[in-house]
Design a protein around this ligand. Structure first.
Ligand SMILES: CC(C)(COP(=O)(O)OP(=O)(O)OC[C@H]1O[C@@H](n2cnc3c(N)ncnc32)[C@H](O)[C@@H]1OP(=O)(O)O)[C@@H](O)C(=O)NCCC(=O)NCCS
Length: 190
């Protein structure tokens, strides 16, 4: 059963890189909007320390959106799903002091599991662990988006307490509709 497996979210570190590189070498990409596997492999091979640092947003840092706009990179974190080897990636981003997000940010949390470790409940487990991280960052609830035809991700979100809030056009993919869910972040102290 999945729950019997040693599963955790880890802070990406050198010891995890060989397994992460092996995943990238298959062509798997942690970014679901754009294939970043080649760019990340180059970055790790050039300077692994700098790559690991780049996973942590820095104050004042900017990023370029697919449409060319340059925007502030929101504070947050990346965690890797780990079951003795790399299993997937999940990230959290937020605007401190508010539950609102800029229009170009599709949800507070995004995730992807490597194809050979899917259907083990990892996405759901990672999401619930990340809700604790969001709670620690002061959030009572988060918004998570998925493509309207991504029935698997929708199931992950709903099984973790997500309630459909609205539908909206995907700002990065013309003609695509996003489902926006709200999820409560459980209070670990109660
Ligand atoms: C979506 C994704 C993260 C799910 O990862 P996962 O670890 O396989 O998901 P889980 O094992 O937690 O499965 C979640 C549910 O979906 C079901 N499911 C998983 N894969 C399925 C499939 N291929 N067909 C039907 N149901 C499926 C599971 O049975 C489970 O349902 P249950 O809780 O009722 O048993 C993974 O498919 C993925 O990385 N997809 C590409 C990236 C992506 O879409 N990310 C989400 C962006 S919003």
């Amino acid at each position: 059963m999945p729950d019997a497996m040693p599963f955790s979210l880890v802070v990406p570190a050198h010891e995890h890189l060989p397994s992460y590189v092996a995943a990238l070498e298959t062509g798997w990409s942690p970014n679901t909007l754009r294939d970043v596997s080649g760019d990340q492999l180059d970055a790790i091979r050039t300077d692994a320390d700098a790559f690991l640092r780049s996973l942590v947003p820095q104050p004042g840092e900017t990023i370029a959106l697919p449409d060319g706009r340059v925007v502030e990179r929101l504070p947050g974190c990346v965690r890797w799903m780990w079951d003795g080897a790399f299993a997937g990636s999940i990230n959290f981003r937020h605007v401190p002091g508010t539950e609102a997000l800029p229009e170009h940010v599709l949800g507070h949390i995004g995730y992807a599991v490597v194809p050979w470790k899917r259907r083990r409940g990892y996405a759901g487990r990672a999401l619930r662990l990340m809700l604790d991280v969001a709670r620690e960052a002061g959030m009572m609830r988060v918004e998570i988006c998925c493509d309207s035809d991504n029935t698997i991700s929708r199931r992950v979100i709903e099984r973790s307490g997500g309630v459909l809030l609205r539908r909206m056009p995907n700002p990065h993919r013309e003609g695509r509709t996003e489902l926006v869910f709200r999820l409560p972040c459980p209070d670990a102290s109660t």
